[in-house]
Design a protein around this ligand. Structure first.
Ligand code: AMP
Length: 163
């Protein structure tokens, strides 16, 4: 359980913790792989969310998934890019969180993933929380704790709130 003091300091960075959906590169589930390959190459991220027409989160597509589909026993065959769609190669077994989820749950999930998609109750994609933004908040928290400690001479963490 995270102490209230730490949770409060972390929440000072709440506004920047989630990258909103409008700033997150994505592909549509029905897009041809050719298009997805271009998007992935252009944005420079190796993994991006896959959405449906209603902006619902469907899964993640990685550059590796696309390149693997281009490979055959003789080497790379780019013809496969027009034969298949995002739906044929995406990964749908993805951990997601709700907008008001606990910071502790997010931290646990970010041990194994560079980012976690955030969804509303209808499964509509709202944005992503990245390990990078959480680390920035952790860094801020450490510095603020240090400041508090130096100001008071002694500093005791407040107990966690029961949930
Ligand atoms: P970062 O922590 O900024 O290195 O991001 C970690 C991962 O999150 C990246 O490799 C991407 O897969 C994903 N990501 C971060 N920002 C974006 C974005 N604006 N659009 C799409 N994916 C993103």
């Amino acid at each position: 359980m995270i102490s209230r003091t730490i949770e409060e300091l972390m929440s000072e960075k709440k506004d920047t913790m989630m990258i909103p959906s409008e700033n997150v590169a994505n592909v549509m589930v029905g897009n041809p792989l050719e298009h997805a390959f271009l998007v992935l190459s252009k944005v420079g991220y190796s993994k991006i969310p896959v959405l449906d027409k209603g902006d619902r989160f469907i899964g993640l597509l990685s550059l590796n998934d696309v390149v693997s589909k281009m490979m055959d026993i003789d080497g790379i065959d780019t013809k496969n890019l027009s034969k298949y769609t995002v739906a044929d190669v995406m990964n749908t077994e993805i951990e997601t969180v709700k907008e008001n989820c606990d910071l502790e749950d997010i931290m646990h999930l970010l041990v194994d993933a560079a980012f976690i998609p955030v969804l509303d109750d209808e499964g509509v994609f709202k944005g992503i929380i990245t390990r990078r933004e959480i680390l920035k908040a952790v860094n801020h928290t450490f510095h603020e704790l240090d400041k508090k400690q130096r100001l008071s001479g002694k500093f005791v963490l407040q107990p966690a709130t029961s949930k």
